[in-house]
Design a protein around this ligand. Structure first.
Ligand code: HEM
Length: 436
């Protein structure tokens, strides 16, 4: 092996250190990783009891994994808990199967679908905002109801409350289970633990519901939805449709909920930014149900959304496993190495961002001279988020509507973070509408 290729720097690998690494990463991941970065730079290995992970923060290296040499990387074991629920959906599948699924599904999320969804998103947001009174509420919990209602309209073309409550309850149960499972992935699923029994029951119930819906959607083309478009496609089986639809629900629900929660928290904390957003929306005199075209004019508002996604990326870690040996930034990466890309830390790295911990939306206005793999809230390369435009549209419409009906405050002065499958606020964010 040529001298130039080095091993990935490793934190101490003594037996006891592996345990203390596990404790430290669970207690305070940001402090732990910052310590590793200071010691070893932007590509390093951490050993834990029984397994080891590599962490990659350098944008050139990230581009190699997610884009240039992406065929050499598959989803790592980090996604195994998700696989239990989502089977072979886009988020969790790999290789030729993923490629053929992506080819079928990507065209469905086209501009005309998002345009058509603007009306549904707008109506759902209206009824959500009207239903909230002036008492403080748990922001994330309330927003979860909204994002699930929007998903039910877009994916299933239904606004039936009973149906969205059912989907909401089941996706919450599945998400909770997966968040626990990621902390203890090695317990065999065959063990009859109460959490396993509950999870299996939720999956059974949601499968029955989805099966019935798929049959209905194939026989009814009066109102197009993502499900009916999939059900009418000849090249995809019912089981595959089930995996894809559940993937859209799980991948899109908590991420968008958390993104909106952090966004509102930041807007409440920075009244000047909030005022500038309000003014941009007023100056662009939006229709009651804003069109996709008109939303594209809200360039400052979109910059604010991006800055919130930079500071608080809901998908805070992206993970891959190498299939064959590779070399990243001069370091040898043997096959079967796990490479974790902690987007939270990349997007707050002082080598790539000026004043990285400050909330400065202007950095996203106009020409942006930065490495495209230093900002990746929606991932990068061929596996970037398929719901990205859908999520931006949801957030833009939410802000347009919010400022029309009300002002608001988030009563918390600071937010503590939970680094689970998604990044989310640890404590309740107390949110108060002040109706106009
Ligand atoms: C703010 C909201 C969202 C964020 C931050 C987000 C983030 C991400 C990220 C980082 C990835 C790449 C994961 C990886 O490379 O391992 C991803 C993939 C994906 N997202 Fe999203 N997402 C959001 C909303 C949505 C929505 C609304 C949907 C569904 C409509 C969705 C569906 C998916 C799917 C299916 C994939 C897998 C794509 C593939 O591998 O081909 N996401 N998302």
């Amino acid at each position: 092996m040529p001298d130039k290729q080095q091993r990935i720097p490793v934190t101490s690998s003594f037996f006891l250190t592996r345990f203390s690494n596990l404790i430290r990463v669970n207690n305070d991941p940001v402090a732990f990783f910052n310590h590793c970065i200071q010691k070893n730079g932007d590509f390093f290995k951490v050993k834990f009891p029984g397994f080891e992970f590599n962490y990659l923060l350098a944008p050139d290296g990230i581009q190699n994994v997610l884009e240039k040499n992406h065929m050499n990387y598959k989803k790592s074991m980090v996604y195994d808990p998700l696989k239990l629920a989502l089977g072979n959906g886009l988020l969790t599948s790999d290789g030729a199967f993923w490629k053929s699924q992506r080819k079928i599904i990507q065209p469905l999320f086209n501009k005309s679908f998002i345009e058509a969804m603007c009306y549904d998103i707008s109506v759902a947001t209206d009824s959500f905002l009207q239903s909230i009174d002036d008492d403080p509420v748990d922001l994330t919990k309330e927003l979860a109801n909204l994002t699930i209602e929007i998903a039910c309209r877009a994916f299933f073309a239904t606004s039936e409350v009973q149906f969205s409550s059912f989907i909401s309850a089941k996706t919450n149960e599945i998400n909770e289970f997966m968040n626990q499972r990621i902390l203890m992935p090695f317990i065999p699923m065959g063990m009859p633990l109460p959490s396993h029994i509950k999870f299996n029951r939720s999956i059974r119930q949601i499968n029955e519901k989805l099966k019935a819906l798929i049959v209905m959607a194939a026989n009814n083309d009066s109102r197009p939805s993502l499900l009916s478009m999939l059900a009418n496609s000849k090249s995809i089986s019912d089981d595959m449709i089930r995996d894809e639809v559940l993937t859209f629900l799980i991948a899109g629900h908590e991420t968008t909920t958390n993104a909106l929660s952090f966004l509102l928290y930041l807007l409440s904390k920075y009244p000047d930014v909030q005022q500038a957003v309000k003014e941009e929306i007023e100056n662009n005199s939006m229709d009651d149900h804003p069109s996709y075209e008109s939303l594209q004019r809200l360039t400052y508002t979109k910059a604010v959304i991006n800055e919130a996604l930079r500071l608080f990326p809901p998908a805070w870690i992206i993970s891959r496993e190498s299939i064959e040996d590779d070399v990243i930034l001069g370091h040898v990466v043997p096959k079967k190495s796990i490479i974790n890309i902690p987007t939270f830390l990349v997007q707050r790295h002082d080598a790539f961002w000026e004043s990285p911990n400050e909330f400065k939306p202007e950095r996203f206005v106009g020409d942006q001279n930065r490495h495209k793999f230093s900002f990746l809230p929606f991932g990068g390369g061929p596996r970037f988020c398929i719901g990205m435009q859908f999520a931006y549209t949801e957030m833009l419409i939410f802000l347009v509507k919010l400022f029309r009906y009300s002002d608001f405050k988030v009563l918390n002065q600071q937010v503590d973070l939970d680094f689970l499958i998604t990044l989310r606020p640890k404590n309740e964010l107390q949110f108060q509408f002040v109706k106009k």
